[in-house]
Design a protein around this ligand. Sequence first.
Ligand code: ARG
Length: 461
Amino acid sequence: TEKQTWSQRFESTLHPAIARFNASISFDIELIEYDITGSQAHAQMLAHTGIISPEEAKQLVTGLDKIRQEYRQGKFQPGIDAEDVHFAVEKRLTEIAGDVGKKLHTARSRNDQVGTDTRLYLRDQIQQIRQHLREFQAVLLDIAEKNIETLIPGYTHLQRAQPVSLAHHLLAYFQMAQRDLERLGDVYQRVNISPLGCGALAGTTFPIDRHYTAKLLHFDQIYANSLDGVSDRDFAIEFLCAASIIMVHLSRLSEEVILWSSEEFRFVTLKDSCATGSSIMPQKKNPDVPELVRGKTGRVFGHLQAMLVIIKGLPLAYNKDLQEDKEGIFDSVNTIKACLEAITILLREGLEFSPERLAQAVTEDFSNATDVADYLAARGVPFREAYNLVGKVVKTSIGAGKLLKDLTLEEWQQIHPAFAADIYEAISPYQVVAARNSYGGTGFAQVRQALLAARTQISAE
Ligand code: ARG
């Protein structure tokens, strides 16, 4: 095998199994384009500060461009010998550009380099995930707009509680996604800080200009302390935290879709394009997409936990443990993107709400009982008294196999003289929903306002 970059200081070569164990090239190749971009900025800075000549910088930048091209064409596939993407690129550069390639690593360490690459990668990915979130929000809004007056049972403890507008229910997920977007925006600010120029840990003897590279790479700030700059992975923890919260939200929605599509609920039917069958039970149609999203949530939580544990015992500054940060970050990014894409497709074209079934569902229970109590309370009966009275009515109605809407006016008036003929209207599902017109409630007027605000929010992004 080829000699390691650092082999001069060593008597013998690395054990092949240890070389494989040590190498990160199989996964950090994902960083290659960011590594090239970072190196190009570094080379330009070296010329800007007179550490190398402008001609040398040009050769370096051109050579790096060539590697990018080779990589995109599938022609650059470094093996284990290269150890990691940083060595791989440097080696190839020296092959392409000759001895000048050996100047690239002046005033730099792989420690500030890998930190730079990871941040450039994450910065890019955060923006992509935010775009996926916006598309997810847009489809939620589209469905909500068509279903302002579609009613759906609302639950607490998974027991029928009070009916709500389907739009209101979907807008709850819109709001979660909005916080996710904002949270990623916050994380971005801590990702977008440049460690380049921190060197191995202590800075460098060369008259570098860290602000210059930061500017070229569009970093908002630079790390003030070199030890902190090379060993900080807070930004990765924060990202994985935001990623985990996104997965929490997607998983909750998935769980609802799974419930809704079951025979017990029948609130939605899955279209063939987004459902799968069973190998043995010919009648089955399974909600694999939301199940997978719910299941994949576990791996993102796991990566967050792993990252916290990787960092917690590390003395300053760089330790090889930090190489373990990458796969969790990459897998979380890929998982989140795949889940957002799948769930957006599922909502857009894989799911059909069943209006008849929903209309039936909101009339078959006692979820208008609060409204009877509110009716009396609005007519001067202290709420707790009204509540107790309605509790008794529910009990006797269940015994008699009736719903509240089946009681006669005489029966109502025996319960309390304040009841009048308008009680029937007051406890109809439509009115029950319409009447919850407090700010942020499910009343149709509120939902219309909320939809309007959501549309404005989306188009302002
Ligand atoms: N592959 C390494 C990583 O991902 C790059 C930094 C290596 N630095 C070192 N001093 N060994 O962390």
